[in-house]
Design a protein around this ligand. Structure first.
Ligand SMILES: O=P(O)(O)OC[C@H]1O[C@H](O[C@H]2O[C@H](CO)[C@@H](O)[C@H](O)[C@H]2O)[C@H](O)[C@@H](O)[C@@H]1O
Length: 993
């Protein structure tokens, strides 16, 4: 390895067939366990891999109106001021080169799955119908490198080249294209949908595999512009590429209109997904354009999110039931037009159907199918194609929380590299206070798995392109042109993050420190315009090129050839094939496909070395490249020299290892792996089991019917939200009032069962009449009406407290912000206010120490709480207190018990374990023996006098309720999402009596 980077080299990749077999096994296992997978995947990505052209009669374009210039910089607005008058539009669809790795990856899953691709139409181009048949683009339109050789920096129109070797791609007409700047009416939307269906039918005839349907999202132009050119390119892109401070425009206005467009776009995508979703579909959202989509899709599908507790299911309404008739693939296939005559009616049917479902979605939507059926888990994956920055960078984003919560709506978030995934986890911990667990990011009990898998090339396509008949002549021409010279090649967008300027500086340094190479090496640098054109960067680049050429060139020799234009395929692959070295110096890049294409092209020729920036996703897989820090110009110069002098045997060895990596991590293996990762993270214990929302009506009815009720409440996180400082967690008036009213009712026995000490409980709850309290996890109990707490630990050895306190002190001194809460019979170490990562790390260390050194020889139990570690006597816990209360109140015919954290699970367990294993089959009472919490405080003689009691309660009269998301692992039978909902449920209950 030539440099340091944080990513481990990936293990040799499994073959595509192995991954696909794993996918099939996972799907079969899920189905067997009752998860009804539909066999469909809905992909959600920014724009369709097509270009939509609207053909309008030439005479219908006239000055002024609704057109706007396309994003290509060479377009002049004055050329395109025109408007459309005729409704008689026709459409033409072309394949387009957009994200070929992603698109080929998606397509490769069509052999096993029916797929839908939900994406924006892209800018729709307008073309006057001159009745002229389309002309293939002539060579003259795009001057070749050879023709351009001595031309200075120039700007040329970018070519659109087909993505697939076999798909028919009508060449662009030479008549000028303009962008349709208006909104689509319903008729036009239907027409575009029909054309897309027709296009995909044709496309699929040429491609292997199954069906992939394109479902366009029609964004109003101001929304699509604000979304992409605005928030995506001006805010997210610089942020994710560490360019925040390089561009003064990164200062975000407030409110940021581009954020509103981003939000709106994600919402429109989510609604479009909801229109076609069927229970059992897998949904995969792609890239930074759609970070809010996972959460919004859940919302559009009727799941509700609570910031403190994750996802729950919205209560379905009759409208929802009606709307739950889903878009059916086969039905839509039947209505796929087969000839021009029946196109219209059938497409109208489809369009009408979609818009009906869409409007119903505007109200409520249940994802569970028929009423009463168990809702099918909504399964969402998200893949980030760009880098993910350090949390220190990400936290500058004003909308950071919304973005993270949006992404965490997914079951899985996956990245290109391990280090991006690590940054993401750390960001969730630092920005949101969520926790990192072995399963992923835990957002209050809702776990999102975090993975990584580098994307690769569509190797078949590149091999095909590399062997196009036009490539060899281009290679020969280039060799002839640069006879006796070494060729260094680079091809990037002219975007600061791509590091072209640094590359030129490093090349200059190389010529400075290795004078022997002067006149013997050329750098052919091709750049394509970035969307956010930076005239400053263009100018600086041009100036530096002139400077290098002026300094190191001569009348008949130019060391740097810079072409700011798109290349013809032949030229591009020819150039990659003949090069003696590829130089890629990105300052930050999610992945980089040029380096992979270079490796594939070199397989047929020189096996030339690759000099690669260590700040790119690719680098982890390319250990055999000459890895460089692009900021270290001298280091890059040395690497160039090393590469140019490399012995052939070493070149071949390095090349083989790079080639193995390219062949092992293709776009196909990537897509199959993402699918596998998603399947590994759905239908599990956490996600498949959804604890139902507390049925308040049922609860109220049972409460009304009951003659005696046990009402048991945990405190922190149940009756009051978790806050930073423990002493600030005080009850609200509403909470006090609800609990006081319950406690006043003679039919009720009401207890707080808390980890807090008696003093705290007394201070805030002591005035509530008839309220029982259990403090410090059952170490102290105060019966309703009593004045004092009884110490249940009196007889216990408590000498361990000072030892624990010593250990906690050690960690407190070393963990800024952490504190110790010493109670009477237990002790808590809090790290909520410490650095989140470090606090968690220290907590794990401390836990290890306590469990390995103290717990085996002392009568203690160590509990991991909410950003705390607690140690309490082994003999007491909240579960024992619950048993004691059941024993003391055997005639109770309703029990409500609410809690939020792990210690409260002891209560829920006790409520279950009093019933015989295998359930109750008769009306016979349940015999309960005196529990430890009763016997431990008594002499043996007193114990002997105690009797078993008969309980008459039935499981459905017990409302064990956890506070947290439905997917939380719990023994409770019901859930509410937050403390406010506990109080609301009590208020509803009291009002209904
Ligand atoms: O059994 P509980 O009533 O839920 O009490 C458990 C512990 O809660 C308190 O700590 C937790 O809540 C604090 C206030 O919201 C929060 O700052 C802290 O991070 C949480 O861990 C309390 O301080 C402990 O003594 C209790 O044992």
């Amino acid at each position: 390895m030539d440099s340091m980077h944080p990513d481990p080299a990936p293990a040799p990749p499994p073959s595509l067939s192995d991954i696909k077999a794993q996918v099939a096994r996972l799907e079969a296992a899920h189905k067997q366990k009752g998860l009804p997978l539909s066999g469909r995947i809905i992909h959600v990505m920014h724009h369709l891999p097509v270009e939509i052209v609207r053909i309008v009669p030439a005479e219908s374009l006239e000055a002024g109106g609704i057109l706007s210039p396309p994003m290509t910089p060479e377009f002049k607005p004055e050329d395109v001021e025109a408007k459309v008058e005729s409704a008689d539009a026709k459409w033409r669809i072309h394949a387009r080169t957009a994200h070929p790795a992603l698109v080929s990856g998606i397509k490769s899953l069509s052999d096993t799955h029916d797929q839908i691709l939900v994406a924006w139409t892209g800018e729709v181009l307008l073309q006057p119908d001159t009745n002229a048949s389309p002309q293939p683009p002539s060579q003259a339109t795009f001057p070749s490198i050879a023709q351009n050789l001595l031309a200075p920096f120039s700007t040329q129109q970018e070519t659109l080249s087909p993505t697939s070797p076999s798909v028919p791609t009508p060449p662009p007409d030479e008549s000028p294209l303009m962008v349709f700047g208006g909104e689509f009416n319903d008729q036009e939307k239907k027409e575009v949908e029909t054309e897309l269906e027709r296009f995909t039918e044709v496309e699929q005839k040429f491609e292997e595999g199954g069906r992939l349907k394109y479902l366009p999202v029609f964004l109003p132009p101001d929304v699509s512009k604000g979304h992409y050119e605005g928030f995506c390119k001006k805010t997210l892109w610089p942020l994710f590429h560490y360019l925040l401070w390089l561009d003064s425009t990164a200062t975000v206005p407030s409110p940021d209109p581009s954020w509103l467009a981003y939000h709106k776009t994600n919402q429109m995508f989510a609604q479009r997904v909801a229109e076609v979703y069927k229970p059992g579909d897998l949904i995969i959202c792609h890239d930074y354009h759609l970070l809010l989509a996972p959460k919004m899709i859940r919302e559009a599908l009727g799941q509700v999110f609570h910031p403190n507790a994750g996802w729950g299911t919205a209560h379905p309404s009759p409208a929802a039931h009606h709307a739950n008739k889903r878009f059916d693939w086969d039905q839509s296939q039947q209505s796929t037009p087969t000839n021009a005559n029946n196109d219209k009616s059938k497409t109208e049917k489809l369009g009408g159907f979609l818009s009906n479902v869409g409007s119903a979605l505007g109200q409520h939507l249940s994802v569970g199918g028929e009423h009463g059926a168990t809702p099918v888990e909504v399964m969402i994956g998200m893949f980030m194609h760009t880098p993910w920055p350090s949390s220190e960078i990400f936290r500058c984003l004003p909308t950071r929380r919304e973005i993270l919560d949006g992404m965490l709506g997914a079951n899985l978030v996956s990245f290109q590299t391990y280090s991006y995934s690590r940054h993401f986890v750390s960001t969730c911990i630092r920005v949101c206070g969520y926790e990192s667990t072995p399963g992923g990011v835990d957002a209050n009990g809702q776990v999102t798995a975090v993975g990584y898998c580098p994307i690769g090339l569509d190797v078949k396509r590149v091999i095909h392109d590399r062997e196009l008949p036009g490539v060899i002549p281009k290679m020969e021409a280039l060799r002839q042109l640069y006879k006796d010279k070494k060729i260094i090649v680079g091809r990037e967008k002219l975007d600061v993050a791509k590091g072209v300027y640094n590359k030129l500086q490093a090349f200059e340094k190389f010529l400075q420190v290795y004078p022997e190479w002067r006149g013997k090496v050329v750098l052919i640098q091709v750049t394509t315009p970035a969307l956010s054109e930076s005239p400053k960067l263009e100018r600086m680049t041009a100036e530096l090129v002139s400077h290098i050429n002026g300094t190191y060139g001569s009348l008949d020799f130019t060391p740097v050839h810079h072409y700011h234009q798109a290349l013809e395929k032949d030229e591009y692959f020819g150039l990659l094939s003949v090069a003696d070295l590829a130089l890629i110096t990105s300052l930050r890049d999610g992945m980089n496909t040029t380096s992979m294409e270079f490796i594939l092209c070199q397989d047929k020729t020189n096996k030339s070395p690759l000099v690669l920036s260590e700040f790119m996703g690719t680098v982890a897989s390319f250990q055999s490249a000459l890895q460089i820090n692009p900021h270290d110009l001298l280091g890059v110069a040395h690497a160039i020299n090393k590469g140019l002098n490399m012995p052939q045997a070493e070149k071949e060895e390095r090349h083989q290892s790079l080639l193995d990596s390219v062949n092992g991590h293709t776009s196909y293996t990537w897509a199959a792996t993402i699918l596998k990762q998603l399947l590994e993270n759905v239908g599990g214990e956490h996600t498949a089991h959804q604890t139902p929302a507390l049925d308040v009506n049922k609860f109220s009815q049972a409460y009304k019917n009951a003659k005696k009720r046990l009402m048991l409440f945990d405190y922190d996180g149940t009756l009051t939200p978790i806050v930073k400082v423990p002493s600030h967690a005080v009850p609200t008036e509403r909470t006090l009032s609800a609990i006081s009213t319950l406690a006043k009712d003679p039919k009720n026995v009401v207890y707080l069962i808390s980890g807090r000490d008696g003093d705290f409980l007394e201070e805030h709850w002591g005035h509530v009449e008839n309220l029982g309290m259990s403090a410090e996890h059952g170490s102290f109990v105060k019966q309703p009406g009593d004045e004092e707490f009884t110490n249940m630990t009196e007889a216990l050895d408590m000498s361990w407290m000072s030892e624990v306190e010593e250990i906690f002190k050690y960690y407190t001194e070393r963990t800024t912000g952490s504190t110790i809460e010493v109670k009477k019979a237990s002790i808590t170490w809090h790290y909520r206010n410490s650095d989140p990562d470090f606090g968690e790390f220290q907590c794990k260390q401390c836990l290890d120490l306590l469990e390995s050194s103290l717990a085996p020889r002392r009568p203690i139990e160590v509990l991991v709480g909410k950003k705390n570690l607690e140690v309490r006597p082994l003999a007491v816990n909240k579960g024992e207190i619950v048993k004691r209360l059941m024993y003391e109140n055997p005639d109770a015919d309703l029990i409500f018990c609410a809690g939020d954290d792990k210690t409260d699970e002891d209560m829920f367990r006790s409520l279950r374990t009093v019933f015989p294993p295998g359930g109750i089959h008769t009306n016979d009472p349940i015999i309960m023996k005196p529990p430890v919490a009763v016997t431990s405080a008594l002499d043996p003689e007193e114990v002997a006098e105690l009797k078993d009691v008969e309980l008459h309660i039935r499981p459905d009269e017990i409302f064990a309720t956890t506070v947290g998301p439905p997917a939380k692992k719990t023994l409770a039978a019901w859930h509410v999402t937050c403390p406010e909902e506990v109080v609301e449920a009590l208020e509803t209950l009291l009002e209904s009596q």
